[in-house]
Write a protein that binds this ligand. Structure first.
Ligand code: BTN
Length: 244
């Protein structure tokens, strides 16, 4: 992963560039697109992804996971989240957590996010574009719930390119586990570092706010929550975490 690395000073979205490279057959497995600036950075659920120029990680990793069964596709999310978690933990000893499904939090503030886009051919995945945005050096945020590695570790200095290098190495290792079907190792690392696991917390769904406890993330990626001794399952759009 990362042997073929394409660096752009600016682009619309590294995920879109990745998609073009795949279409033009210019991508090999593990090709990485990195940029300093996106004019149309995309987040989950149709959101925009904003980032100051040159300060943060904005990249897409292209992989061809033809071994991955459709019903196990959430394992690629797990693999990515765990890789980001391990990378950030290598550089910082703050309270880093994976927020289901694959957001990254430090001290209960969002430091990064993932946007995975897949292509299908017949009964297999033809490709996956793993888009990763991580706030490293940015110090000012429009959204008060956002933060960066630098803001949360004021005594340390960070080098974005070293973080990218580390992340690619860790992702390669974890992607190998995925390929070898050693997914229980990945799942364990994911659950060990999941935000709010087994804690009584407040959430909200289409019926309003409620208290509950995350007890698991099931195979299809849904969140399993215990609410008043009943078990409920949620898809990504169906639930919001209520941070105080
Ligand atoms: C989220 O909503 O949390 C996911 C954010 C993903 C942002 C990254 S930045 C690099 C890649 N290119 C994009 O347009 N989006 C992803």
């Amino acid at each position: 992963v990362g042997k073929n690395q394409i660096y752009l000073t600016s682009c619309h979205s590294t995920n879109d560039i990745a998609s073009e490279k795949i279409q033009n057959r210019e991508a090999i497995d593990g090709t990485v697109i990195v940029t300093d600036h996106q004019t149309a950075g995309r987040g989950q659920r149709g959101n925009q992804w904003q980032s100051d120029t040159g300060k943060n990680v904005l990249m897409s990793i292209i992989v061809f996971p033809d071994f991955l069964k459709f019903e196990n596709q959430f394992n690629l999310s797990i693999c990515t989240a765990v890789s980001i978690f391990e990378t950030l933990s290598f550089f910082s000893n703050q309270n880093i957590k994976i927020k289901w499904p694959n957001d990254m939090y430090i001290n209960e503030k969002k430091v990064g996010g993932v946007l995975i886009e897949t292509g299908i051919s017949g009964q297999k995945f033809s490709h996956a574009i793993v888009g990763i945005g991580l706030n490293i050096l940015q110090t000012e945020f429009e959204n008060p719930k956002s933060t960066s590695l630098a803001v949360q570790n004021p005594e340390k200095s960070f080098n974005r390119d070293r973080i990218i290098e580390k992340l690619l190495g860790v992702f390669e290792e974890n992607y190998f586990l995925l390929k070898e079907n050693k997914t229980s190792v990945l799942k364990e690392k994911y659950m060990d570092n999941l935000l709010w696991l087994n804690e009584e917390k407040k959430f909200s769904d289409s019926n309003g706010p409620f208290g509950g406890k995350i007890v698991d993330v099931i195979n299809d990626g849904r969140l399993k929550i215990e609410v008043e001794n009943k078990i409920k399952y949620y898809d990504i759009k169906e639930i919001t975490y209520l941070f105080h």
